[in-house]
Write a protein of this length. Structure first.
Length: 62
């Protein structure tokens, strides 16, 4: 293999490794954000359940 071919293979290998690493980081970030969003929505559901169906009506005792 001549020097130009070796350089080309090294560049493609490095770019591939970078894209793989970046993809793993992005997948981890999306999983973490998804988990945080699900946790936040679950908390909101609990708070709405505590507030009850008449949370904004005047004179209903809430």
């Amino acid at each position: 293999m001549d020097a130009e071919a070796a350089r080309t293979h090294a560049m493609f290998g490095g770019a591939g490794a970078f894209l793989l690493a970046a993809g793993c980081v992005e997948a981890g970030r999306r999983m973490a954000v998804g988990r945080l969003v699900r946790r936040r929505y679950a908390e909101w559901d609990r708070e709405w359940a505590e507030a009850g169906p008449d949370w904004g009506r005047a004179g209903t005792g809430s």
